[in-house]
Design a protein around this ligand. Structure first.
Ligand code: ADP
Length: 167
């Protein structure tokens, strides 16, 4: 096998995690099981209003999954592809839920590969029980007083209620 083929892959899962859900957690653990180690990069998405600050999003992720072996959590500074280059990450992991994710993800993957041809973008299909779980939908439910306990870890559900309902 050539040296290039033997090269160890470093996988980065970039997302805004506003907040982390069981769907994100599932992708992180499954990616770690494939690559041995996964870097979870918390991004600041300029196109989205953030509910939780970067520090809050990092803190929730660390509390939910930070103690698992092979999982590193860090903030992404700047563009994801530049950050991947700094870390020597050659794989970007993204999750795919419905077909509606596809167009957005495909366009972003093509741009990322154009910006950094060294990086390979891999998609993992959402597990069926998390197919319809998104941070934004859960925030909507919480703001109308609906429980999201089955979709997020307990501490995240509490933080969402405190943030969106003020108690
Ligand atoms: P971003 O703002 O970066 O799109 P998200 O947190 O909404 O951040 O999603 C980031 C990535 O996580 C996307 O690839 C998305 O498809 C994936 N993802 C989000 N929720 C789920 C889920 N329930 N199951 C699988 N993948 C998911």
């Amino acid at each position: 096998m050539s040296a290039a083929r033997k090269q160890k892959s470093i996988a980065l899962f970039p997302a805004s995690f506003d907040p982390v859900t069981n769907g994100h957690r599932d992708i992180i653990v499954r990616a770690r099981n494939v690559f041995g180690e996964v870097i979870v990069g918390v991004a600041t998405n300029v196109g989205k209003d953030e509910t939780f600050s970067l520090d809050e999003r990092l803190e929730m992720l660390r509390s939910v999954i930070g103690n698992e072996p092979g999982i590193r959590i860090t903030a992404i500074n700047g563009l994801t592809v530049d950050f991947a280059r700094e870390l020597d990450a050659n794989v970007l992991i993204r999750g795919l839920r419905m077909m509606s994710d596809f167009e957005y993800e495909f366009e972003m993957a093509l741009m990322n590969r154009h910006l950094n041809p060294q990086v390979e973008i891999l998609f993992m299909m959402a597990s069926h029980e998390y197919m319809y779980v998104s941070s934004s939908r859960l925030k909507e439910l919480v703001s109308f007083g609906t429980s999201v306990d089955e979709f997020v870890p307990k501490m995240v559900a509490e933080r969402l209620t405190r943030k969106l309902c003020g108690d």
